[in-house]
Design a protein around this ligand. Sequence first.
Ligand SMILES: NC(=O)c1ccc[n+]([C@@H]2O[C@H](COP(=O)([O-])OP(=O)(O)OC[C@H]3O[C@@H](n4cnc5c(N)ncnc54)[C@H](OP(=O)(O)O)[C@@H]3O)[C@@H](O)[C@H]2O)c1
Length: 311
Amino acid sequence: MLELIELPEPQPGPGEVLVEVLASPISPMDRLAMRGLYPLELAEGVGGAQGVGIVVELGEGVGELEAGTVVLLPVRVGAWRERLAVSASAVVPLSPHRDPVAACTLRIEALTAAVLLTRLEPGESFVHSPGAGSVGRYLTILARERGLRSIALVGSREPIADLWGLGADNVLVREPGLASRLRALGLPQPRLGFDGSGGATSGLLGSCLQPGGELVVYGATSRQPVELPVSQLVFRDIRVRGFWLHRWARAVGPAQLRSELEALAAMDLQEQVVGRFTLDQWPAALELAERAGARGRVVFTPATSQRPAPA
Ligand SMILES: NC(=O)c1ccc[n+]([C@@H]2O[C@H](COP(=O)([O-])OP(=O)(O)OC[C@H]3O[C@@H](n4cnc5c(N)ncnc54)[C@H](OP(=O)(O)O)[C@@H]3O)[C@@H](O)[C@H]2O)c1
């Protein structure tokens, strides 16, 4: 059950900062967690797996941050609230000129895309779906930055122009015969595919890969199991593996995590936002986030009215 409640005013302990939350999206992780389908708990049962805030008070012993710094919050702190105390070493500063709403998915979706792309060699191509999802858009943008060639698969024609604008090399509607269409376009068969869709799209992605290619499954917006024809596994030797950002972060440790986030924070990456809501508007916000076809993130802006103007 969801409800808006008053919590005690948080106080920053030693090594912590008090942060006012400027923006926190409703991410797929939140939607899964609310249904009890995510394997990790949210902090104190509060939604908001990620967000951006402004430091308003320093706890004892915090020297490296100052009040007024806009920061990326650590993951799963429960950012759907006005203020919270977090470890100073776990926040990543952002430029004060960044729109906190547009930057609110750097911690999960942009980082996921950035890490997935590290599996590719310069100049290599890859195929992915859902091309117009948040991770998909970041895959397109970061691929262009890194000199990689993207093939984005989308469910309808609607987001195609937008993806071209972001620098996609190829955008194709998911439909049978896709592998032949790629051949007809003279595109090489990619070695890697990134699957955030699940269901029949997994098979479509697999069919586009070269023999021995790898399908990296990172999500399932269709909420369906991966459907991969046996012929792809047996005759074409397509391999399938999963990717979870949480597992990656634990494997690489805090120093590399921080350096990847700092690199993303230094770029002008912008989330597509479909609606901004205050916390008391949560029923309308969730309804919009759940609506199939809503293109972009729904974002809570708990402290919008209290934010000082950037210097
Ligand atoms: N493994 C990890 O560490 C990790 C990290 C981040 C995200 N994820 C997962 O990866 C998947 C994609 O994440 P994302 O942030 O890119 O997702 P997203 O932004 O919510 O993706 C939106 C896209 O999903 C498709 N879609 C299909 N059915 C939908 C529905 N009922 N409602 C909304 N969209 C629907 C649509 O594309 P089409 O019309 O083209 O189908 C839409 O453009 C999610 O399952 C998420 O949980 C995993």
